[in-house]
Design a protein around this ligand. Structure first.
Ligand code: SF4
Ligand code: SF4
Length: 257
């Protein structure tokens, strides 16, 4: 079955998951949601791999879905990459796809190390390795399900998560995401290398006097703060003491591809 997998990634977790799934499916092609237009997608099976943001869909994923060929009968599947609470993210996706005449045939919850640095730094390496191993095992199982073309209900969290986190908190917070970049600031370590401008998926960072300035159209992917080679970017008051995180098998070149 000809398969295309589209991914969205900030710290490499979703890119790694998309790669692993592509390898397990053998002949899948990968494309970044940043770069690829899906309007003329001609695959029989289409996968979406993305991080969960505020217990729901990132805006970029919503935009991408809105450009999928409407009403086309394909086998759609999704991996929602998260740090332990997928909540109702895949149910959201199923609904917005249905509104476009598309059926999400299968949706999976994939737990990976947290990259949400405002709530804490990178987990110890051993803990990360454990999560990578568990995720790799689940991806193999998922590949089997996809390879057989199986359909089923999407995975979701307990009812309270779906109602409170994906329902209430997501809805209250969603419109505020672009302006959350007001919490970013840069310390004296910054050398003006401009790397942060190149990893930002939304072109939200400009250099002014060799210092990053955020433009109020943030996606909260956290790529800038996690990839800055000098750890010069901070968010709020606590991140100076936090270890940075990006997936160890993903490189900066991968992020810019
Ligand atoms: S990546 Fe870091 S060091 Fe480079 S310009 Fe941005 S903040 Fe400064
Ligand atoms: S400003 Fe930083 S967190 Fe916001 S979209 Fe760009 S890279 Fe992601």
């Amino acid at each position: 079955m000809k398969t295309n997998i589209y991914y969205y990634t900030g710290t490499g977790n979703s890119l790694w998951a998309a790669r692993k799934l592509g390898e397990a499916l053998k002949d899948a092609r990968l494309g970044s949601m940043r770069r690829v237009s899906p309007e003329n997608d001609d695959a029989e099976a289409v996968g979406l791999v993305f991080p969960v943001h505020i217990w729901g869909l990132p805006q970029r994923v919503r935009d991408f879905v809105s450009r999928l060929p409407a009403g086309k009968s394909k086998y759609y599947f999704a991996l929602a990459v998260n740090a332990g609470q997928v909540a109702g993210t895949l149910t959201q996706l199923k609904k917005i796809m249905k509104a476009r005449g598309l059926n999400l045939s299968a949706g999976f919850d994939l737990v990976m190390p947290s990259n949400y640095i405002p709530w804490g730094g990178a987990a110890p390496a051993a803990e990360q390795e454990k999560k990578f191993a568990e995720a790799a095992k689940k991806i193999k199982d998922i590949a089997g399900i996809i390879g057989r073309g199986e359909t089923g209900p999407v995975e979701k969290g307990p009812l309270w998560q779906n109602l409170v986190l994906s329902g209430l908190l997501y809805r209250l917070s969603y419109s505020k995401i672009p302006k959350l970049d007001k919490n970013f600031w840069v310390d004296d370590k910054c050398n003006g290398c401009a790397l942060c401008t190149s990893v930002c998926p939304s072109g939200n960072i400009l250099l002014h006097n060799n210092r990053p300035v955020w433009q109020g159209k943030c996606e909260q992917c956290l790529a800038c703060i996690q990839w800055c080679p000098l750890e010069a970017i901070q968010y709020g008051k606590k991140t100076q003491a936090c270890a940075r995180y990006h997936h160890p098998e993903v490189t900066l070149s991968d992020m810019r591809a």
